[in-house]
Each structure stands twice: as structure tokens, then as C-alpha cells.
Design a binder for this molecule. Structure first.
Ligand code: NI
Ligand code: MN
Length: 231
């Protein structure tokens, strides 16, 4: 059973594991490039990388409407409780939890994390998903870090099937550093996100994909918001 990943825009993804749909970083109604509205999202679980508005703006509304369990760090979990969201699985770096279709491990990310009302948001994270027999790495907002080599090299020899990486620069890795990340992670497929939403993070994703392909480590595919890929 393939795993299907749909980019709805910016850093928001719907990942259909064959058993359920995981929603990553809900940001719809205020996102200039979003392919759908928060009211139309269906999901079975929600994964959050950090507290910045462009990752949680629609989190409370979608969590309340769907009842989907939210997987996030301790601090965001506490904040969600205060917002009336009860179905939360708080975690922290290195921990893993069962999600529909497999297991989600909270991985490192080098970034910052505060919630829209100024509340401290704990450490930012990425997610390594072992779902539907595939390894899916969601880097989240992060700079390049050498532990990506460890994340991509497992004792069992499995490779990351698909890595979702930021390429927007300024707030995260840019086109060049994401290519270094691919060199460390060695995924089969790389998908860009966190670019093109606003002018400061505009990037030529087609040029990036051509450069990644020339690097010879991973395939690269550029989606448009609303488009899906199955791995
Ligand atoms: Ni951020
Ligand atoms: Mn962001």
C-alpha cells in the first residue's frame, strides 16, 4: 500500500498512510497559497513541528472540529489544553508514538518556537514517520545539522523513502543547504516546502530540483499546492 503525500501549501501536508490521514502543521485560511480551507480538512491525527503561526494557525479549529489526536511537544500540548483541545499526546525529542499506519518519532530541528500569543513553545522538532512500510522524514523548520546523517542511516539499512525539506532560506535552510541535507539524509525522493508563500522566501523550485537531480543522491519532485505524490 503506497503512502500518499499531499502538499496543501507552505509547510502543511496531508499524509495518507493507508490506515489514516496525518495532517502536519495546519496552516490554511491565512496562507496565501493554500489549496484548501481549514473547514474542509479531514484527518485522523495531527502532527505539529513548532508553535509559529505559519504552522499552527488553524490547529485549534481543525483539532476541535475533527477530534483528531494532536502529537506535539509538551509545551504546545499544555497550550492546546488551555485552548480547550483535549485529545493531545504530548511528547518530546527522541520520543515516539503510534499514529494511524505506524509510528512517529520526534526528531531534532534547529529553529525557535513560540506560539502566536507569545507563549513559550518548547523545542521545535521534525518528524520521522515509519508508516505504511515507508520512512517519511519531515524536517520542519530547521537549519542544516549534522545529525541528519544519523537520521538517514539506520541500523536496519532502510533508507528514507521521502524527505520533506524547507528551501525558502532566511528562516530555514535554503536551496543550497537543503542540497547538503540531502547529501546527509540520502533519501530516495526529496520534496521542497516552506518557500514561495511570501516574497521573502520566494525560490526557483524547478532550478532546485534540477540541481538535486544533478547531485545524484535523490530524486526531487516539485509539487504545486493541492498536488499529491505516492511513494
Ligand atoms: Ni518557524
Ligand atoms: Mn515556518
Amino acid at each position: 500500500m503506497p503512502v500518499t503525500l499531499t502538499w496543501t501549501g507552505h509547510a502543511t501536508w496531508l499524509i495518507d498512510t493507508g490506515v489514516g490521514v496525518l495532517l502536519v502543521d495546519p496552516f490554511f485560511d491565512e496562507c496565501p497559497t493554500a489549496a484548501m480551507k481549514a473547514a474542509d480538512v479531514a484527518c485522523d491525527a495531527i502532527l505539529v513541528t513548532h508553535g509559529h503561526f505559519d504552522h499552527v494557525a488553524d490547529l485549534v479549529a481543525v483539532a476541535k472540529r475533527t477530534g483528531a489526536k494532536v502529537f506535539c511537544n509538551w509545551e504546545i500540548g499544555q497550550w492546546l489544553g488551555g485552548q480547550g483541545v483535549a485529545n493531545v499526546q504530548p511528547m518530546n525529542l527522541g520520543g515516539s508514538a503510534l499514529v494511524p499506519g505506524g509510528r512517529a518519532t520526534m526528531e531534532l530541528a534547529w529553529h525557535s518556537s513560540s506560539l502566536p500569543d507569545g507563549t513559550y513553545g518548547g523545542n521545535p522538532c521534525g518528524w520521522l514517520l515509519d508508516v505504511g512500510g515507508r520512512l517519511v522524514y519531515v524536517a520542519g523548520d530547521t537549519g542544516l545539522f549534522s545529525d541528519m546523517e544519523r537520521i538517514g542511516h539506520r541500523r536496519d539499512g532502510r533508507r528514507i523513502d521521502v524527505a520533506i525539506l524547507p528551501i525558502g532560506d532566511l528562516f530555514t535552510m535554503g536551496p543550497e543547504t537543503s542540497r547538503e541535507a540531502i547529501h546527509l539524509l540520502k533519501p530516495r525522493l526529496a520534496l521542497p516546502n516552506h518557500y514561495g508563500t511570501w516574497p521573502p522566501i520566494e525560490q526557483d523550485a524547478a532550478a532546485w530540483a534540477a540541481a538535486v537531480a544533478a547531485d545524484g543522491v535523490a530524486a526531487a519532485k516539485v509539487l504545486v499546492p493541492g498536488e499529491s505524490v505516492s511513494v
